[in-house]
Design a protein around this ligand. Sequence first.
Ligand SMILES: Cc1cc2nc3c(=O)[nH]c(=O)nc-3n(C[C@H](O)[C@H](O)[C@H](O)COP(=O)(O)OP(=O)(O)OC[C@H]3O[C@@H](n4cnc5c(N)ncnc54)[C@H](O)[C@@H]3O)c2cc1C
Ligand code: FES
Length: 282
Amino acid sequence: MWRKLSAYHTAANKLRTTRILKIRTESPTVKTLTFEDNQCAKARPGQFLMLWVPGVDEIPLSVLDAEENGLVSVAVKEVGEATTILHDKKVGEVVGVRGPFGNGFTLKGERVLMVSGGTGTAPILFLAKELAIRATRLISVVGAKTRGELLLVNNMRRTLDKKKMLVIATTEDGSCGVKGFATTPLQSFLANEKFDMIYTCGPELMMRKVFDLAEKFGIALEASLERLMRCAIGLCGSCVIGRYRVCRDGPVFTAEQLREVKAEFGISKRDFDGRKISIEYV
Ligand SMILES: Cc1cc2nc3c(=O)[nH]c(=O)nc-3n(C[C@H](O)[C@H](O)[C@H](O)COP(=O)(O)OP(=O)(O)OC[C@H]3O[C@@H](n4cnc5c(N)ncnc54)[C@H](O)[C@@H]3O)c2cc1C
Ligand code: FES
C-alpha cells in the first residue's frame, strides 16, 4: 500500500502543463511534437510519458528525444480520438504531461541488433543515439507496410556512424528496401554475425518473432511492450501481462521475463473492459 501511495506522490506523476513548441510531419499519419518539460527531459530511452489532451484523454507515448535544454519530443500516430486532435494542434497550444514512467532499456552489449516497426522506432532511435557512442557494431532494421509508413529511417541513418553501423528498411509491399517483414533479414544476420544484444519495439507479433529468433540463437533481448494504460504508476491494473504491470515493471522486459509470459506475449492482451482479446495482425 505504502509503495502504491509513494508512486502517486512523485514529481514525475504531478501533471504539468506546457505549450507545443514545434511540430514536424514525419509521414502521412505520424507527427513529431516538441515541448518543454524539465522532468521528462530526464527520461532514459524506453521510458514513456502520459500526454494529456485537454478535454479529451490522456495517452501513453514513448519519449523520442529528451534534451539537456529541457526539450522533449514524441512521435504521434493518428489512430483515434486523442491522437487525431493532437494532430490538429498548432504551435503554442497547451498540453499536459506526466512522467517519465517505466524502466527504459539497459545499455548493454557491443554488437547490437535493433528491430523496430511503426512508432516503435521512436524509442529505438533514442536508444540508438546512446548506443552509437559505445557499440562496435550496430544494425537497425526498421519495418513498415509500405514506403510512406516508414518512420524515422533517415534520422536513424544520420545517427549511426556508417563504418560500423547499418540501417536496413523493410516494407511488406517491397516499395522501399528489403521486401518482407522487419524480421525477414534477421535470420541471415543472426546466422552470419555474432551479436550480444537485441533490442526491439513495435507491433507485438513482430516482437514475438524477434524473441523466438533470439531464443533460437541464444542472444539476450529486451522488448518494449504496449498495453492499455490509465494510471501509469502501477495502481489501476489495466496494463497487466502475467504477474507484471507494464507501466511499472516495464515497458521494457528481458527475455527471462518474457519466457514467464510466453502464453500471452504476442498472443493476447486486455481490452478497456479487462477482457482478454487476441493480438491480431493490423
Ligand atoms: C508504453 C506505450 C508507449 C506508446 N508509445 C507510442 C508512441 O510513441 N507513439 C504513438 O503514436 N503511440 C504510442 N502508444 C500508443 C498510444 O498510446 C495509442 O495509440 C493512443 O493511446 C491512442 O489514443 P486515441 O484516443 O487516439 O485512440 P483510441 O480510439 O482511444 O484507441 C485506438 C487504439 O489505441 C490504443 N489505445 C487507446 N488508448 C490507449 C491507452 N490509454 N493506452 C494504450 N493504448 C491505448 C488501443 O489499441 C486502441 O484500440 C504507446 C502506448 C504505450 C502503452
Ligand atoms: S496503467 Fe495502471 S497499473 Fe499500469
